[in-house]
Design a protein around this ligand. Sequence first.
Ligand code: GDP
Ligand code: IMO
Ligand code: MG
Length: 429
Amino acid sequence: MTTATNTCIVGLTWGDEAKGKIVDILSAEHDVVVRYNGGNNAGHTVAFDDRTHKLHLVPSGLFHPEVTCVIGGGLVIDPQVLLEEIRTNESLAKGLRDRLLISDRAHTIWPWHKKIEALSEKHLGKGKIGTTLRGIGPAYADKANRVTAVRMGEFLRPEHLKPKVERIVRQKNEVFTKVFDDEPLDPAAVWEEYAAYGEQLRPMIADTTAWLHQAIADGRRILFEGAQGTLLDIDHGTYPYVTSSSASAAGVWTGTGVSPRAIDQIWGVVKAYTTRVGEGPFPTELTGPIGDQIREQGNEYGTTTGRPRRCGWLDAFAIRYAAALNGLDGIVITLLDVLGGLPELAICTGYLVDGKPLEAFPADPTLLPQAEPVLERLEPWPDDISGARTFDDLPPAAQAYVHRVEELVGAPVRMISIGPDREQTIRRD
Ligand code: GDP
Ligand code: IMO
Ligand code: MG
């Protein structure tokens, strides 16, 4: 069992590493779970008692009735989606409205964000980013732009917000009609709809920064939940094919107001192979039958958009970079069961460009598409390992795989997931 009090769970690759499952499990050992970045581009899955729950904004600790769930200021919140998610889950997540806090500093997603993103991606054609079309990028762009942004706290002062929203809609309409030759939005209708959402969310909006500082002073144990993954981080990821928030552990500070010095341990989550949704370079991608087999065995279809995920070998070169960025205390390997029965198995240990090894994970977006992965072959295992409950239950080849990941990444494997359910987990801490 972990002895640390404050823990960060962060994805090490391009998202969907099963962070939701791990956060749900570790929630039992924490008092507070805080989401620190992104929005409803995220799809986090929690499975127990033969039921599967897909979450987008509410922290994955919601099914633990003693846990307070905090949505940090680093998020962009679509109020409609958040309300729907609360409604869908409150029968099982007992008392959720009384233990969910939404930061007054969090930014908001409005209809114009989704509309401009759809127009932009369509306009880009083949050059698109392949976003989730949830308005995430435009909402963060407005956050940086300041004068066209709305924070959750502004719903507490609707008389000030109403004229501001009408002004923003008029400004956005100029772009829709004059640049894209598209339909304008109706400012009155937008305000009426969103004012009603604001009214319903009002009791949960709070100064979560001050609340978290007090919680830490009171010795409450905090679990920080990252969305997306380090390679999608706006600063450190495979730019421009990234999301628009700090998806590495760097997001904890800006996204919650809690100092990184308050974090006792950082665990990076990684699948036993690699996946990516949307466009962008993916050096270890398998476009043939093995990639298809991984997609089918791992049910690799997006939690948020249902898009088939691109699948490839575990990229230890990229993960080592992610480990260094985050400063990992431990690794969590998930979906190890999916590799059972593959005809071959490999891990990428480096990249070659023009036959020469790269020293470091590159920033130059023209290099990654040319990178040829250096593959180390490992012995596959035929067994179904989803029933294993201890490390010793795993076949020797699966144990060797885990040990090799530890060596290549340079951090110990603390947990192994061998199925979607809470029970299908091996602890090594
Ligand atoms: P997240 O975004 O990082 O929370 O991950 P997602 O929920 O988007 O994707 C992970 C998927 O894998 C979900 O469908 C989970 O139910 C499933 N899953 C989680 N752990 C395991 C595992 O160890 N084995 C298998 N086969 N599936 C898993
Ligand atoms: P979780 O938290 C996987 C990807 C999109 C696209 C890029 C930018 O479930 O791991 P965006 O809509 O954010 O502007 O899209 O980022 N993406 C994710 N991929 N898991 C996610 O979240 C993702 N959130 C965004 O597919 O390539
Ligand atoms: Mg996901």
